[in-house]
Design a protein around this ligand. Structure first.
Ligand SMILES: [Zn+2]
Length: 397
């Protein structure tokens, strides 16, 4: 607790000096506007399987993503096309982007296929579809236009179900394409790294909503609601939060590059990605080994099982810095300058660690390096998801 009170006073002093510098440049430091679009809504459910509706998955994931940005970035204005189960036309969504002079537009959707076996994530940028599969996705997502009475006049002859309508995407100039592709790659990367999802890649297709939005923009397909395992994952709170966190981490990257290019004064600690949380140990200890493994196998592709197995071979040493009753923000002053920061939850406490070493000597060195700032830090070890004392771990080695 002491640590927190010292840091608060430091923060106040720091803020005072920051204000001195920032205030005169206020006009230049316009807030960054992020528009988050939860696809479909209201009488347009999007894709579905049983009672699992695309519109609900999209909305919940969008709200979690937006909340993370609001919690961690003071200089971002988050605008939602919808925060409730409401119907909006594609043009209305694009209007929200343009009327707010958005700097980035992220559309969140969920895929579906006739074959229940199809699974994985895709992120689209605007462009000419290079495969029938990509065109099919754009056609399905654009087909909501048909729900509007006078779509022919409103969309100037664009017929979402005719392949000829899509020729215009071949001749279109998109000055935001590089930024959009960077973000899309980063999102796909995070889906694999953070959420253990299967990567179907960055793709291009003619989405009306992206075409009409004057800023870098992507359309995410979180996964297939038509695949039973993905349906279960995407309708679960933990799945939605993992997907939202992955998108958030990719946003952190995008924002860092954006600020760098615009020459904004920044603190690198503003751009901390959220690290994958150690699974709550208490929960694991109440489960038998076999139960844990069978859930992993049924929900996740094989690579996840491999990770679990390889972790079991050698203990991993970490340096535990301190514990806190509440979860601290990634940009909290306590974390300044720390790399590989992670936390795990034990006995209702958030326990923060740095380091990830199989070599005990290296973690001893890390402890020495941090003794000034964290005199009470100590070494802990993990074997798979099981926590061990350093002594117990050294016996296994
Ligand atoms: Zn959709």
């Amino acid at each position: 607790m002491n640590l927190i009170s010292i840091s608060k006073s430091k923060v106040k002093i720091l803020l005072f000096f920051v204000m001195l510098i920032v205030v005169p440049f206020n006009a230049q430091n316009k807030k960054f506007t992020l528009v988050i679009d939860a696809g479909h809504g209201g009488h347009d459910p999007g894709a579905k399987r049983g009672n699992s509706l695309e519109k609900d998955i999209n909305l919940k994931t969008s709200l979690y993503f937006g909340q993370l940005v609001e919690d961690n970035f003071d200089d971002v204005n988050v605008v939602y096309t919808r925060k409730t189960d409401k119907y909006l036309t594609l043009q209305e969504r694009a209007d929200i982007v343009n009327n707010n002079h958005a700097d980035l537009f992220v559309c969140i959707h969920t895929n579906a296929a006739k074959a229940a076996s199809a699974y994985g994530t895709e992120t689209y940028t605007l462009g000419l579809a290079k495969s029938k599969g990509n065109l099919d996705v754009a056609m399905r997502e654009n087909s909501v236009i048909l729900l509007e009475d006078d779509y022919k006049s409103k969309y100037k002859g664009f017929d979402p179900s005719s392949t000829e309508s899509y020729i215009m995407f071949e001749f279109m100039q998109d000055k935001y394409i590089d930024k959009s592709i960077d973000l899309a790659s980063s999102i796909q990367n995070q889906f694999t790294k953070y959420a253990n999802r299967s990567d179907r890649g960055v793709r291009q297709a003619g989405f009306w909503v992206l075409l009409k939005s004057a800023c870098p923009s992507v359309l995410i397909e979180l996964g297939f609601v038509s695949n039973p395992a993905e349906e279960k994952y995407l309708t679960s709170e933990s799945g939605q939060k993992e997907m939202a966190t992955s998108i958030y981490n990719a946003f952190v990257n995008f924002k860092r590059n954006h600020d760098k290019k615009s020459g904004k004064l920044t603190n690198p600690q503003n751009y901390v990605e959220i690290q994958k949380q150690e699974k709550p140990l208490v929960e694991f200890e109440t489960q038998t080994e076999t139960e844990t493994e069978s859930t992993e196998v049924s929900e996740r592709p094989e690579e996840d099982v491999k990770t679990v197995l390889s972790q079991d071979v050698k203990p991993i040493f970490k340096l535990q810095l301190f514990a806190s009753k509440s979860k601290l923000k990634a940009n909290a002053p306590e974390f300044k300058g720390l790399k590989e920061l992670e936390y795990y939850i034990e006995n209702d406490l958030y326990k923060y660690t740095i380091g990830f070493e199989t070599d005990y000597e290296k973690i001893v060195q890390l402890k020495k390096d941090n003794v000034g700032k964290f005199p009470e830090a100590f070494i802990v070890a993990f074997l798979g998801n099981k926590k061990l004392s350093a002594k117990e771990a050294l016996k296994i080695k």
